[in-house]
Design a protein around this ligand. Structure first.
Ligand code: SF4
Length: 235
């Protein structure tokens, strides 16, 4: 499979999001799922997927620290698109994490907190899949700049699909408006990127859209989206 992906990686760059998704659904059937935190990009992807494959699989990493607006949007997604979101929980409840790792771990060591509440649950979830689909865009962060529409995810050892990786934020919002896609109301309150309540704040005019994530730390990613160098694909 790694060799096939290495070939497709270049070819698929000209494919539309619809074609990328169709390839994913046709190739992996029920062993593929969309991963979403229900940001603007995720909502676009969910809307496109719903037109191609009703009943597609959709999962989220429910850290237990999401905004009420995010939980509310999740319920709306289930109703509008007729899907049952697979909620992946950390092994430790917030209270258990506090007992074993101390209070407010996210303030002292956000990498460890993300490992416990995002990375380990994702790793566990991906063991049940052959491929996962994300809504990352190349211009969101430095770490995402090298992402491809179809690639091998060497960190989690499966195929990774990023159908709107070459879209801009403007394209995302044009799609949302023209297709009347529901979105998180926090976006209208200066939250361009939304994660856990403890690690997300509104941004000021002119600030980087991701400046509100882990403010005060150099951290810009929770570690879910590390890009595998192409040279590793054929190794
Ligand atoms: S985003 Fe913050 S609260 Fe959420 S898992 Fe990471 S460090 Fe913990």
């Amino acid at each position: 499979m790694k060799e096939k992906i290495a070939e497709l990686q270049f070819i698929a760059e000209t494919w539309s999001p619809e074609r990328v998704l169709e390839w994913a659904f046709d190739t992996f059937g029920n062993r593929v799922a969309i991963s979403s935190a229900f940001g603007a990009e995720g909502m676009v992807l969910i809307d496109i997927a719903s037109q191609l494959r009703p009943g597609f699989r959709l999962f989220t990493l429910d850290t237990g620290f999401l905004f009420p607006e995010t939980y509310s949007l999740m319920r709306r997604v289930e109703q509008r698109y007729g899907v049952a979101i697979e909620r992946v929980q950390p092994l430790l409840s917030p209270a258990e994490q506090e007992r074993s790792h101390g209070a407010a771990l996210w303030q002292r060591d956000p990498d460890s907190c993300c490992d416990l509440r995002k990375i380990e649950p994702l790793r566990r979830k991906l063991q049940d899949l052959d491929e996962w689909i994300t809504s990352i865009r190349r211009d969101q962060t430095e770490a995402r700049a090298g992402a491809n529409k179809i690639e091998w995810d060497g960190k989690f050892n499966l195929v990774k699909i990023n159908p709107i990786v070459d879209w801009t934020s403007e394209q995302v919002w044009r799609y949302i408006q023209s297709h009347h896609v529901p979105y998180n109301p926090l976006h209208d309150r200066a939250y361009p990127s939304i994660g856990c309540t403890h690690c997300t704040r509104a941004v000021a005019p002119g600030e980087d859209p991701r400046a509100g994530r882990w403010a005060g730390f150099a951290k810009k990613e929770c570690g879910l989206h590390l890009i595998q160098p192409l040279s590793d694909l054929t190794a």
